[in-house]
Write a protein that binds this ligand. Structure first.
Ligand SMILES: C[S@@+](CC[C@H](N)C(=O)[O-])C[C@H]1O[C@@H](n2cnc3c(N)ncnc32)[C@H](O)[C@@H]1O
Length: 217
């Protein structure tokens, strides 16, 4: 297990950081109940090395084969302990990079498979992050994603997303309830994009509208 620190300007709150890490760890069983089926489909037949943007407390490790090398692009140091614990639990060979998805320290055309779940809502610059994903993917490499997105204009969910945006953004350290991640993905220049919009009903009302799918470089 290794940790590389190259970007020290990422600021996380010393109360909200550990609280979010704890919360995502505690919720991991519930997240599996919500997302397990989709994740098992998206991660099926993944290669031996996987790059994950914003793995948080390690919610996706349970879907990876034992012995997988996971390059974890996770700038929030408060997530790292739980990431390491999850790696031990699921037999994952973890390589943590304390850097942002907008500036990944991997070679061009060097990766087969990149994952992000519930992350493009939070990165400061989703366009740049996706350009980085494209840059590091080999030709025909795959990016799989599950993200919550902006609700349909003038809907109840759109109003609700607007109402809770400020406290939500504050508590979840930069998460945008109503980011138009679908448009960002559609304009990011992948050679093919398979994207399914759907509503995932749960008590987390602002994140009911979601997309999932895969993009090929
Ligand atoms: C809502 S959590 C999702 C965690 C995990 N992917 C999951 O599905 O449970 C968002 C994660 O994105 C990370 N993150 C925030 N900004 C980031 C950035 N610029 N680059 C990479 N990860 C980032 C956060 O630290 C956090 O771990």
């Amino acid at each position: 297990m290794s940790t590389t620190k190259q970007d020290t300007d990422y600021k996380t709150n010393r109360i909200r950081g550990p609280l979010n890490s704890w919360m995502f760890k505690v919720l991991s069983g519930y997240l599996d109940h919500l997302f397990g089926k989709s994740k098992r489909t998206l991660f099926k037949d993944h290669p031996d090395t996987v790059v994950e943007i914003g793995p948080g407390a390690g919610a996706n490790m349970r879907y990876l084969r034992k012995g997988t090398r996971l390059i974890a692009i996770e700038p929030n140091v408060h997530m790292h302990n739980n990431l390491k614990k999850a790696a031990k639990k699921y037999g994952i060979n973890l390589d943590i990079r304390t850097i942002k998805g907008e500036s990944i320290d991997l070679e061009d055309n060097s990766c087969d498979f990149v994952v992000s779940t519930l992350v493009l809502c939070t990165v400061s610059d989703p366009e740049q992050c996706l350009q980085q994903v494209k840059r590091i993917l080999k030709p025909s490499g795959t990016f799989v994603f599950i993200e919550h997105v902006k609700a349909r204009d003038n809907s109840f969910l759109s109003l609700f997303q607007k109402l809770v945006h400020r406290p939500w953004h504050w508590f979840f350290e930069g998460c945008h309830t109503n980011r138009d991640t679908q448009s960002v993905l559609e304009s990011s220049g992948f050679s093919s994009l398979e994207l399914i919009p759907y509503n995932l009903y749960s008590p987390f009302i602002p994140i009911i509208p979601q997309i999932r799918g895969r993009a090929i470089k």
